[in-house]
Design a protein around this ligand. Sequence first.
Ligand code: HEM
Length: 479
Amino acid sequence: MVTSVEMPTGQARPATSVRIGPVIEQRERRRTTTSDGLRLPPGPGFSFERLSGFRREHLPWMMRATARRWPGVAYLGLLGRHLYLVSEPELVRQVLIADGRKVDKGEALRTANIVLGEGLITAKRELHLPRRRLVNPAFAHARMAGYSTGMVDAARAADARWQDGQRVDFAREMSRLTLDIIGRTVLGADLDAQWQHVGKELTLALRGWEAMMVPGGAWYLKLPLEAPRRFWAAADNLHEIVRRILAVDTGGESVVDEMRRARDNGAALDDDALHDETMNLMLAGHETTALALTWAFWLLSRHPGEAAALRESLTDALGDREPGYGDLRELHRAYAVVAETLRLFPPAWILEREAEQDLTLGEWTAPAGSTVLASQFVLHRDPRFWPSPDAFRPERWLDADGRFSEENPGVPRGSWYPFGAGTRICIGESFAWTEAVLVLAVLARRWSLRVDPEHRMALHAAITLRPAHGLPGVLRRAE
Ligand code: HEM
């Protein structure tokens, strides 16, 4: 039987809808047990014909269609791998939190250590906990006030260089901005002067990492071809950039300065570990927030009423002043816009865990060695919890007095987790909120983006969820 799952093509959509996905058809798999007798949950069958037409932009929509059709636990058996997609909030929490000791990071993140070394993102469980304890203090709430100055200064630098009517790829602009912020706050280095070089190498390294995630990817990267060669060169160049950053001890207040002091005070963090953590933070902290801001400005460009409400709220709270850390608690609508953006377009759109022991997922058993997937994109757009799940509605995060809280939508725990959950939850969560809200407060008040009318917005779903073709448009200074 072929079932068509309702998923509009992007034409004829209501003005508030932000569905940009295709219609997905899924055929039920016939096999219900493996050759060694394992009972399998239901799920889609894959045919060569469908896989050959597969495009990365369809992946999140396919996951969502799968979760709708086979709710709870769906089995995706692909190329000899056992993949279990969980789509109940309690199961998501079970895998990420309660069963945290029975699982570890999946293959995609682990193989990233070829580029990133052994840092927080890639570390196996045993190495992770002591490392996390060492790095945590640099991301404590109390440190955010200090970092917020660098965030606002970088946003003001963007404001100063932008011109009314300037054509830009907004995704690139946001990438430059968040790289500048990471330089000022995390690395204690001026990256803006060399942003094109660093940005290009980071992009190439990320694409190589993505190639590694595809079956046969590690093998492909060893071939004497131009693309793999460029990837390894980019990884080498990034390591060189990190070495140069670490060679200069500014004695400042950056995250790297904090880690360096911990090392000098005898903490279990040698030079290699410091190098790898710096590399991890540079990569993890740059692209995710750049994407959140890119998606936020795209959504605001499609919803001029929301953009105007945001501008008005910022002017009410700040007048003509630049925002500062002390203003954050008054910027409710900016928080709501960031939350609604992270709901619709979570930059980390899917989490992967490998079972080290058998896991009981409801009535099913995922055997040791299998992979469990929990997708933010799927849960964040689940109509059981989110009314009009595809609509951009920042007000769902505001109470009757216009105050923001992550509790306001009243959704069950496990249906909202843009930063993950459990021991591997994003270390940069407060950093990212502070950064995104302050950047919006500086730039969305003064600028809007007129996206090229012929631009086709499509997703590119790999490690992160990004616009497949950037975000070309014209900057307009707000009246
Ligand atoms: C909107 C922005 C961001 C999003 C959506 C995001 C999302 C996430 C998610 C979902 C994870 C967990 C991955 C997993 O469980 O497999 C994670 C981990 C991590 N993130 Fe973020 N992140 C953001 C910004 C940042 C920033 C600004 C930094 C640093 C400056 C950062 C550094 C890290 C690190 C080091 C980890 C690994 C943590 C660990 O395992 O202990 N992230 N992030």
